[in-house]
Design a binder for this molecule. Sequence first.
Ligand SMILES: Cc1ncc(COP(=O)(O)O)c(C=O)c1O
Length: 361
Amino acid sequence: METRLCKPTSFVRPEVRQLVPYEVKHMPECVKLDANENPFPWPVGMREDLFSEKLMFNRYPDGMAQDLKNAIAEYTRISSAGILVGNGSDELIQLILLTFGGLGKSMIIHPPTFGMYQISAHLTDTAVVEVPLLNGLDLNTEQMLKAALSPEAHVVIICNPNNPTGTLFSREEILQLVRESGKIVVVDEAYAEFSGETLIPEIENYPNLVILRTFSKSFGMAGLRLGYLLGQPETIAWINRARPPFNVNSFSQKAGILALGYLSEYQVQIQSIKAETQKLYEGLTQVAGVVVYPTKANFILFKPGDPDSWAEELLKRGFLVRNMGVLPTIGKCLRISAGLPEENDRFLRAIREISMGVTGV
Ligand SMILES: Cc1ncc(COP(=O)(O)O)c(C=O)c1O
């Protein structure tokens, strides 16, 4: 047989060609304030509990993740038939669009918001309709409803509190979208443990309401990739059809179950993170020329005069922050999440120095 030269590039789907890889800086030597993680170590005893488990790594995990779902059911008061677990909520966003999106369908988002919605939409051939936040902060409910009424629109995603602005939207406005759009409304509550607000009790009233949660933020398990979806059993069963059979590994399933047994310890961490976020917020607002956005999450969006040089100066001092680039209606800005108390004190000292023109150390 003749040998044929194969150029993989020529087979790449146009949707993938257009994508810019989601690259995150990996700089473990820095104080990491760029990824909205929980900076505290796991509650005392949890690590030991997890490593003393006799997990059978030569066997596939429980594909239904039943024990984990039972634990989540107790935490959320949603029956286990209304729960789907995923390899991070990133995977669940993709499963939602594989189920309800696709060619000829669209998803409505409210930029500026979490970037993975767009990426998953491209990968699943789902069109994206953008209804920017008013003043970069408030939902434009009227326009979102209008967009949702088009026949192609199948999914509306609301991020609450919103990443990267930290805004908590009005419960009534979200419920209006759930009631009047007639479409699948996904509420991403990745930061709900910090805001203290949730629409979980509304699930029983609306088959089109789906709530996305994660163990990556308040539970400090970003490295283990564990998220979950909540909805009415029939809605969840449809999304479950698109799920790979063993999408959550045994180790992460067990870690999730254990974490939910340490709720009171996590509560202490959450309170401390909220207090630290407030401290950072106040510190930032005291720096002349910096615009700071109010937040209900564990991160803060702010606009110094020259965000690029601030990010550079902070990096020279060992702080990794998220340079958001140019956000719609807001412009260039930076985002930080709360670190450990002592790290936050050093961060505030660093920004005072930078604002006074003291350059890199
Ligand atoms: C709003 C929002 N949703 C989902 C995620 C992804 O979470 P996970 O780590 O569970 O994939 C993030 C992570 O930053 C986020 O900010």
